[in-house]
Design a protein around this ligand. Structure first.
Ligand code: ADP
Ligand code: MG
Length: 447
């Protein structure tokens, strides 16, 4: 039962969160509407309770084992006898010791260089990744890859790890998400094991931290990361980082951290163009065909997908997987009609394309100010706030770069745009009026 639930949860919460938070859980029992899960640490339990409670309850419900409440028991505490029957695997004896660092996050065997299709949007990042993996990247420290979701950052990073381990099995290559870095740090603090923690992280040859934006604003984690980072760079050890934004765009990151992050090689992974999208599809089809030779895809289907599903490669890949599953279920060829039927929602989602100009018009209208005042230089609060809202929406709803958005706001500098975006991010949490405005505007723009 739990095995099935885990599979569904992995899909819902994403592999990264799953590995960090869900994977260590074991279902001990379900009795009287209460599901008891064992957790390695109380900290993990409280985090899961806060963030994944709903998801877990929903999945249990769907699996025919409804519960209304979750209880988290730290491992080692006795669990009710009757309950053990349900547990599909004995809980591991202890939380993985820091010594087993390399095992924190298993690499996905599919994310290798062979399976990475190179195009204009990612060739620089690819070249840099290759250089690092081959060990001749003097001065590329850290390598900082950034770009939107689903564009291949994690893929490239894991490819580096695979390649390095293959070339030198002795090398201590540690790959983990920033979220996991934080968990390990917080756990070490709590258990007074900071010495061990420092030892593990200072002893690696290569440190790879995925989605580093996660630690922004988490002051003590950020601080510890900064020390780890410096210690490794001083020893000439390689560091690879990814983020969904460039170092300067990550809000709430201390200045000294930002500048260290920028001190190596910062490379952007750009949205894939049509050629790359088609290339990725073709390569996935080749892999799928090797597993199932009966797979048939009509002429034009891949081009259609590549042309229409433009948001990111993960969505594109998901669309293809869904299509293949559907086709094998009904045992027929994948045709354009089947694709249209089966992918209606994905296709509609990529139809929406919002422009900066549209955002500005809608925002001006919403706040009853003139478009010229929204874009113009006046600093009156009644213009400045709507202007920042428009900047925020432009940054989050379009794929325009900051300098590009700056140009569209009367030739403002990109730092002004960053400032505006941050201001709104800050206000969102404390000013419900702004939050409502954003919600309304977003929906108006999306429809
Ligand atoms: P990110 O970390 O940037 O959000 P991922 O690395 O997780 O993105 O990529 C999303 C999916 O798209 C993964 O399944 C990955 O294998 C695939 N993918 C991304 N870029 C490429 C590429 N250039 N060639 C082949 N597959 C790719
Ligand atoms: Mg990623």
């Amino acid at each position: 039962l739990w095995t099935r639930c885990r599979a569904t949860l992995r899909e819902r919460v994403g592999t990264g969160s799953f590995q960090s938070w869900i994977s260590p859980l074991r279902l001990a029992s379900i009795e009287g509407g209460v599901a008891t899960l064992t957790v390695p640490t109380a900290f993990l339990g409280s985090y899961v309770a806060r963030n994944f409670q709903e998801a877990i309850l929903a999945v249990l419900d769907e699996a025919g084992a409804p519960a209304t409440r979750l209880i988290f028991t730290p491992q080692g505490r006795a669990i009710p006898q009757a309950a053990t029957a349900l547990a599909e695997a004995p809980a591991p004896a202890a939380h993985p010791e820091p010594a087993a660092a390399e095992e924190t996050m298993r690499l996905d065997p599919r994310l290798t260089f062979d399976r990475f299709v190179v195009g204009k949007s990612n060739e620089l990042a690819y070249a840099a990744a290759r250089r690092i993996a081959e060990g001749n990247a003097v001065g590329f420290n850290p390598l900082f890859l950034h770009g939107g979701v689903g564009l291949g950052k994690t893929h490239l990073m894991q490819a580096i790890a695979h390649e390095m381990r293959a070339r030198n099995p002795q090398a201590r290559v540690l790959y983990l998400s920033a979220e996991q870095f934080m968990i390990r740090f917080v756990t070490a603090l709590r258990d007074r094991k900071m010495m061990d923690f420092k030892q593990v992280f200072r002893a690696v040859d290569v440190l790879m931290v995925d989605d580093i934006q996660f630690i922004a604003g988490k002051d003590s984690t950020q601080e510890e990361f900064f020390h780890t980072f410096n210690a490794l760079v001083d020893q000439g050890k390689q560091i690879v980082l990814t983020a969904d934004r460039s170092p300067v765009e990550i809000a709430a990151l201390e200045e000294r951290v930002t500048s260290r992050l920028q001190s190596g090689l910062v490379v952007q992974v750009n949205p894939a163009d049509y050629e790359l999208r088609l290339g990725v599809l073709q390569s996935k089809v080749a892999v799928a065909r090797a597993a199932d030779p009966s797979l048939r895809i009509a002429e034009g289907v891949l081009d259609f997908l590549a042309a229409r599903v433009t948001s990111n490669l993960r969505v594109l890949e998901g669309a293809l997987t869904r299509l293949c599953a559907q086709a094998s279920l009904v045992g027929r060829e994948i045709t354009l009609d089947l694709a249209r039927d089966c992918l209606g929602d994905v296709l509609r989602a990529s139809d929406r394309k919002v422009s900066v100009e549209e955002i500005q018009r809608k925002v001006a209208e919403h706040y009853h100010i003139r478009l010229a005042d929204l874009i113009g230089p006046k600093r009156l609060r009644s213009f400045a706030r709507p202007r920042q809202v428009a900047m925020y929406l432009a940054k989050t709803m379009t794929s325009r770069s900051l300098p590009d958005i700056g140009r569209r706001f009367g030739g403002r500098d990109h730092t002004t745009i960053i400032h505006g975006v941050r201001k709104i991010e800050e206000l969102m949490g404390i000013d419900s009026q702004i939050a409502d405005d954003l919600d309304l505007l977003r929906r108006a723009l999306e429809s």
